[in-house]
Design a protein around this ligand. Structure first.
Ligand code: BES
Ligand code: MN
Ligand code: MN
Length: 454
C-alpha cells in the first residue's frame, strides 16, 4: 500500500512530463489563432482523466471554446465532489520579457517556468494526479466529477449556459477549485472571498481624422487629453471612486471582521520590494489587505490613441481608448455597476467628443463561510500536510463563474489554491514551485477523506 507521498515520489517525473505536455499546447483563449489548440488541450485532459481512472470523459463544443466533463461514479449514495478548473491561459505577450519560452516549460530554481504553470494548468493538473492516486490505490471515498473550461480568462462566456443545460449531470455536493493563492509556501491559507468584476472599454471620438497639432492644437478637444482628465476624475484625492452610487451596495465589514483580517501575516516592506515600488496607494483609511479583499477598486488596464511609434509625429488624434476594470465586493452587482459607470462616464464628457462605452465581461463577488463542512475538510487537509491550520483570506482576484455556480447549480465552492502571489500569473515569467505542485497533490486526497468522513 502506497501512501500519497510514496506515490508522488515514485511518479513525480512522469507527473511533470505529463503536465509539460499540457503546458506546451498554447491554449490562449483570447487569441483567434489558437482556436485549434483549445480543442487539443481539452482533448489532452480528456485522455488524462480516462488514464487516471475516470469512467467517462466528454468534450462539449460551445459557441466559444470546448468544455471538458469527466466523472467517476462509484456509488450514488455517496457524496460527489465536482472539480472545476480552466485549461485556457492568458496571452504570453510581451515575449521579449520572458527569460525562457512561455510554452516550453523548464525547471529552474525549483520552479516550473511557463505560461499556465500555475494559472491554471499546474493547479488543475494536481487534481488529475490526486485523482489518479486515489483510484489506483483504492482510496477514492466518493464520486468525482470534473468540469474544465477554456474560457475563464475571457469571462467564462459559455459555462453559465452549460450549467443551465446540464444541471443534472453536474449535480454535486461541493465544488473544489485550485485556482487561487496561499499566503506563503509554508503558510497555508484558504480563499474565502473573491472580488467581482465589471470590465469596460471606452472610446472617445473627436475630430473626423488625426489633425495637425499646430494648425488645430489648442482649439479642438483632443480625445487623448480629455480621456486622461475623465479617467483622473473617476477617483478623488482619497482614492475613492467618484461614480455616484458606486458604493451604495457595498457590504461594510464589521470592526471585528477587520480585526480578524489584520491577523494575517503581512510585511509591507516585503510586499513593496517584491514589486519594486517605494510606496503604496489605495482608498484612504483602509489597510492594504482591506483594499484588496473587502473594498472595490477601479483600474485602467490599458490606454491608447494617437501616435505611439518611435519618434515624434505632431498630431491631435481623432480617437482615444481605454480598458477599465472595476473589482467589486459582495452585494455589488456587476451589471448595475457597468450601467452607472456608463451613465457617469458619458455625463462627464465635454462637448467636442463622442463617448462609447462597452461592457466586455464581469461577474459577482463570492464569499464562503468558514464553518461549512467543506471549509473544515479543506482546513484539516492543509493542516495535515503543512502542519499548520490554514488562515482564511479574502482574495482580491476574481473567478466570476464561482458565484454563477452558486446561483445556477446551488453548489458552494471551496477555493483551496496552492499558487503564490509571486508566481507572476498573467505576467512574463509565470512560474510555479515544484514544492507547491507536489504539496497540492498530497493535500487533495485528504480533502476527500475528511469531506466524506465528516
Ligand atoms: N486564477 C485567477 C484568479 C485568481 C488568482 C483569484 C489568484 C485569486 C487569486 C483567474 O484565472 C483570473 O485570472 N481571473 C480573472 C478574471 C477573469 C474574468 C478574466 C482576474 O481576476 O482578472
Ligand atoms: Mn485562473
Ligand atoms: Mn488567470
Amino acid at each position: 500500500m502506497n501512501t500519497v507521498k510514496d506515490y508522488i515520489e515514485k511518479n513525480k517525473d512522469r507527473f511533470l512530463e505529463e503536465l509539460f505536455d499540457l503546458i506546451r499546447i498554447p491554449s490562449v483563449s483570447a487569441s483567434e489563432e489558437n482556436k485549434e489548440d483549445m480543442l487539443r488541450a481539452a482533448g489532452y485532459l480528456k485522455d488524462s482523466l480516462i488514464k487516471a481512472g475516470a469512467d467517462k470523459a466528454e468534450i462539449f463544443e460551445t459557441e466559444g471554446h470546448p468544455i471538458l466533463y469527466g466523472e467517476k461514479m462509484i456509488d450514488s449514495s455517496l457524496p460527489t465532489v465536482l472539480v472545476y478548473g480552466h485549461y485556457d491561459v492568458q496571452p504570453a505577450e510581451p515575449y521579449d520579457l520572458w527569460n525562457t519560452k512561455p510554452f516550453e516549460p523548464v525547471i529552474k530554481d525549483g520552479k516550473i517556468w511557463a505560461r499556465g504553470a500555475d494559472d491554471d494548468k499546474g493547479q488543475l493538473f494536481m487534481h488529475v494526479k490526486a485523482f489518479e492516486y486515489m483510484v489506483s490505490e483504492n482510496k477514492l471515498p466518493c464520486n468525482v466529477k470534473f468540469m474544465i473550461e477554456g474560457e475563464e480568462e475571457v469571462g467564462s462566456g459559455s459555462l453559465g449556459k452549460f450549467c443551465e443545460e446540464k444541471k443534472d449531470m453536474l449535480s454535486a455536493d461541493v465544488i473544489l477549485v485550485s485556482d487561487t493563492t496561499m499566503i506563503a509556501p509554508d503558510t497555508p491559507s484558504i480563499t474565502t472571498g473573491l472580488r467581482g468584476l465589471s470590465y469596460m472599454q471606452v472610446e472617445l471620438a473627436g475630430p473626423n481624422r488625426d489633425l495637425h497639432s499646430g494648425l488645430y492644437g489648442g482649439a479642438v478637444a483632443n480625445p487623448c487629453n480629455v480621456l486622461a482628465k475623465m479617467i483622473a476624475s473617476l477617483t478623488d484625492e482619497n482614492n475613492r471612486i467618484t461614480i455616484p452610487g458606486f458604493y451604495d451596495d457595498v457590504l461594510e465589514s464589521s470592526d471585528e471582521e477587520r480585526k480578524e483580517m489584520a491577523k494575517r501575516p503581512y510585511n509591507e516592506k516585503e510586499y513593496m520590494s517584491s514589486i519594486d515600488v517605494d510606496g503604496l496607494m489605495g482608498e484612504e483609511s483602509f489597510t492594504t489587505h482591506e483594499r484588496l479583499g473587502i473594498r472595490p477598486s477601479l483600474d485602467v488596464n490599458g490606454i491608447w490613441g494617437g501616435y505611439t511609434d518611435k519618434g515624434a509625429k505632431t498630431i491631435l488624434p481623432s480617437k482615444a481608448y481605454a480598458k477599465i476594470s472595476m473589482r467589486l465586493v459582495p452585494n455589488q452587482d456587476s451589471l448595475k455597476i457597468a450601467k452607472i459607470f456608463e451613465e457617469h462616464f458619458k455625463s462627464i464628457a465635454p462637448e467636442g467628443v463622442k463617448v462609447k462605452v462597452e461592457y466586455l465581461h464581469g461577474g459577482q463577488a463570492y464569499v464562503s463561510p468558514i464553518d461549512s463542512e467543506e471549509y473544515k475538510a479543506a482546513s484539516r487537509a492543509m493542516e495535515e500536510t503543512y502542519g499548520k491550520k490554514p488562515i482564511p483570506v479574502r482574495s482580491g482576484g476574481s473567478i466570476p463563474i464561482i458565484s454563477t455556480f452558486e446561483n445556477i447549480l446551488g453548489i458552494k465552492s471551496i477555493l483551496m489554491g496552492f499558487g503564490l502571489e509571486e508566481d507572476a500569473i498573467h505576467s512574463p515569467n509565470e512560474n510555479y514551485p515544484l514544492h507547491n505542485f507536489f504539496k497540492g497533490i498530497e493535500t487533495i486526497p485528504y480533502f476527500y477523506k475528511y469531506y466524506t468522513s465528516k
